[in-house]
Design a protein around this ligand. Structure first.
Ligand code: GRF
Length: 234
């Protein structure tokens, strides 16, 4: 299976890291990655978007951007291994440097994850290592945490584990519902993911074994805590 309408490579984007994105649905994080990729000097480009669900709205968007797309319906494969082999083949054939999982709702085999060791990243809508897995926002609210957020991490065989490359914190408000919290966290995801990918693609974030080495300059809000509740007399 080959992706539809491969993007053309110009001399300008030859130096950029080639990113393959795995999605299952809406694809709003993929959109954020693509929007950032269109900025001058962005060190990465999206070269292929693969969805395990043929009807994923994200695929249609990727096509409008001239990105190669492929629907790989997992229900048509005899085993998880065969499905993952196909993902590996597509990513390799597209000369992908980094796989970015963006709402990809399939557990992957250790074989695939190991082949892309430290070259596959994921975004999770919680401050890992808290609230791994599904229904993160419901569980975050139930737990009573006052701060939640999102995490970009390198993928390891255990779900939602792996070296943490970046995080954004979001206050949990007293009247939050899972939907409201999810919407605020998603806004942060759309800023965090492109930034982490930019730094990772330009080697300003590196992974050595399981250790993350950051070469970027600070954080503008380093002197400011995120409060919930917000102190009145600051
Ligand atoms: C995001 O919240 C992401 O963190 C999680 O799944 C959701 C995907 O949303 N893994 P989208 O498809 O990127 O809009």
């Amino acid at each position: 299976m080959t992706p539809e309408s491969p993007a053309s490579s110009t001399p300008d984007n030859l130096a950029r890291k080639r990113v393959g994105v795995l999605i299952s649905g809406r694809g709003s994080n993929m959109v954020a990655l693509q929007e950032a990729a269109s900025a001058p000097n962005c060190p990465y480009e999206l070269v292929v978007v693969v969805s395990n669900r043929p009807q994923a709205p994200g695929l249609a968007y990727a096509k409008t951007q001239g990105i190669a797309t492929l629907a790989l319906d997992h229900t048509l494969f005899r085993s998880r291994e065969e499905f993952d082999d196909q993902i590996h083949r597509v990513m390799s054939a597209s000369k992908v440097d980094i796989i970015a999982c963006a709402g990809f709702m399939r557990l992957m085999t250790e074989g695939l994850i190991e082949r892309w060791h430290n070259r596959m990243i994921n975004i999770h809508p919680a401050l890992l290592p808290l609230f791994k897995g599904l229904d993160t926002h419901t569980r975050a609210l139930k737990s009573g945490v006052k701060i939640s957020g999102c995490t970009v991490h390198a993928v390891r065989p255990k779900m939602d584990e792996g070296p943490i490359l970046g995080q954004a914190a979001v206050a949990v408000l007293p009247d939050d519902t899972p939907e409201r919290l999810a919407a605020r966290v998603l806004k942060a995801e759309h800023k965090l993911y492109p930034e982490v990918l930019r730094l990772f693609a330009s080697d300003q974030i590196k992974i050595a074994g399981d250790r993350v080495i950051n070469a970027y300059q600070g954080c503008e809000t380093a002197d400011e805590a995120i409060y919930s509740p917000q102190p009145t007399n600051r």
